[in-house]
Design a protein around this ligand. Structure first.
Ligand SMILES: Cc1cc2nc3c(=O)[nH]c(=O)nc-3n(C[C@H](O)[C@H](O)[C@H](O)COP(=O)(O)OP(=O)(O)OC[C@H]3O[C@@H](n4cnc5c(N)ncnc54)[C@H](O)[C@@H]3O)c2cc1C
Length: 400
């Protein structure tokens, strides 16, 4: 009989990418072990805003459509068909347009997206205030994204872990992977603080720690740890009904030069702010939560209070009520940003039986479940879905 520490697939990382890969592999009947050094959802996957979805599948779905719309369906299944209460709720998203320049940019974007079959609309401020009564009347308008929603990030990540366990996957928390070796027959061995584990196939789902985990194998996985931070009010009666964002950052990023030396779509170059970004809404427990900053700051979990103040003013420009509510808590987490802005999902070139799922940046919660499914299908069938070509690790993973 095979030892308890032997499996078909070993997954490193118990965030949304790791647990959904485990769940889908277990659905295929693979024997899976997942090693997480802390708790499931202990890092980015448990502290994010829970924002889900995108703009739909479109006429010709690309990788982004697959990851956003596909994950949206998987979250729905978890809540509606599998009986997990993950606080899934999909009222749509409103992106505020602050001025004429952003209005021109957003109207062109909406026209293009609609021509490609995506579900977006341009709303006047008056129209938006009929569905979001606390929205400011002093804005230029809103982009409405029908397929946006929210789930509780910790509950959802834990639920995928539990669903994987129910299908036979072995989920080992408190297991810190400290060494990785490949045997002559191509199989893998992981050394942890609690013993050795082996498998034919190895999956790295280590989020913002992809680089140090890659170092254990002598490969360079170009993922930068980017700090994201958020704040919350005390619970208040239902006041904000959609996921709220702003067109300011997408507009500013559309003007960004291609080679900055930083991953795309950050709010800061070093310590210098280049734009304000915003996402948030109201959770089921009544808290209003917002965040936005994305800064290369190492593994730093201390929220920057000046950034929180900028973010709160930005939120109050859209939902003035927010200015009257004191902040009750703040927090930060570390996101995995690839250097070209694209996900890294697939087989690592040059090393047999080694797969990666990372680089999902600031929207990895909402894109994680389909990333996990596409990778699980690839491992099980031996063939990548054509849509994964854009995410191929071969484009960026090199020897150290
Ligand atoms: C403040 C904030 C707000 C966000 N808001 C949103 C949002 O609204 N919507 C959205 O879609 N996304 C959002 N994100 C991004 C999202 O949270 C991440 O993209 C996603 O959670 C990344 O998932 P992951 O599984 O790749 O990484 P993680 O969740 O970080 O999981 C990686 C795991 O690997 C483990 N690990 C690392 N090294 C080892 C080792 N050597 N041995 C064992 N285990 C190891 C870590 O402990 C960790 O648990 C936000 C992120 C932050 C920080």
């Amino acid at each position: 009989m095979a030892s308890e520490n032997e499996s078909d697939v070993l997954i490193i990382g118990g965030g949304i990418c790791g647990v959904t890969t485990a769940f889908h592999l277990a659905q295929h009947g693979e024997r899976v072990t997942l090693l997480e050094r802390g708790q499931l959802a202990g890092e980015a996957s448990g502290v994010n805003a829970g924002g889900l979805g995108g703009v739909g599948w479109g006429h010709i779905p690309d990788l982004q459509s697959y990851l956003t719309a596909g994950s949206f369906e998987i979250f729905k299944t978890l809540q509606l068909d599998m009986g997990y209460d993950i606080e899934f709720h999909a009222p749509g998203g409103l992106q505020a347009v602050h001025n004429a320049e952003q209005w021109n940019y957003t109207s062109n974007r909406v026209l293009k997206l609609r021509s490609e079959g995506y579900d977006v609309e341009l709303l006047t401020t008056r129209e938006a205030r009929t569905i979001e009564p606390e929205a400011s009347e002093h804005l230029a308008g809103f982009m409405y994204m029908l397929n946006r929603g929210r789930a509780n990030p910790t509950k959802a990540t834990m639920a995928f872990g539990e669903a994987a366990s129910d299908l036979g996957a072995s989920i080992k928390t408190g297991h810190d992977v400290q060494g990785l070796t490949q045997r002559q027959d191509g199989s893998w061995q992981a050394q942890t603080n609690q013993g050795e584990f082996s498998s034919k196939t190895l999956v790295l789902a280590a989020g913002a720690w992809s680089r140090p985990v890659g170092d254990l194998l002598g490969i360079k996985i170009p993922v930068a740890p980017i700090k994201g931070q958020m704040w919350a009010t005390d619970p208040v009666p239902p006041s904000i009904f959609h996921m709220i964002g702003s067109a300011e950052s997408p507009h500013d990023w559309s003007l960004q030069p291609p080679d900055t030396g930083f991953p795309p779509e950050l709010t800061h170059y070093g310590t210098q702010r280049i734009t304000r970004h915003l996402y948030g809404g109201q959770t089921r427990n009544g808290e209003i939560i917002f965040g936005g900053d994305r800064q290369l700051a190492g593994y730093d979990y201390v929220p920057d209070e000046s950034g929180i103040a900028v973010n709160r003013r930005h939120a109050a420009e859209i939902i003035p009520l927010v200015a009257k509510l004191p902040i009750s808590r703040t927090w930060a987490g570390i996101m995995p940003f690839s250097m070209d802005g694209k996900p890294i999902i697939g087989k690592v070139p040059g090393l047999e039986n080694l797969f990666l799922v990372t680089g999902l940046a600031s929207s990895g919660f909402g894109r994680g479940p389909m990333s996990g499914k596409l990778l699980a299908d690839y491992i099980h069938t031996g063939h990548p879905a054509p849509v994964l070509a854009e995410a191929d690790p071969a484009r960026c993973v090199t020897a150290n």
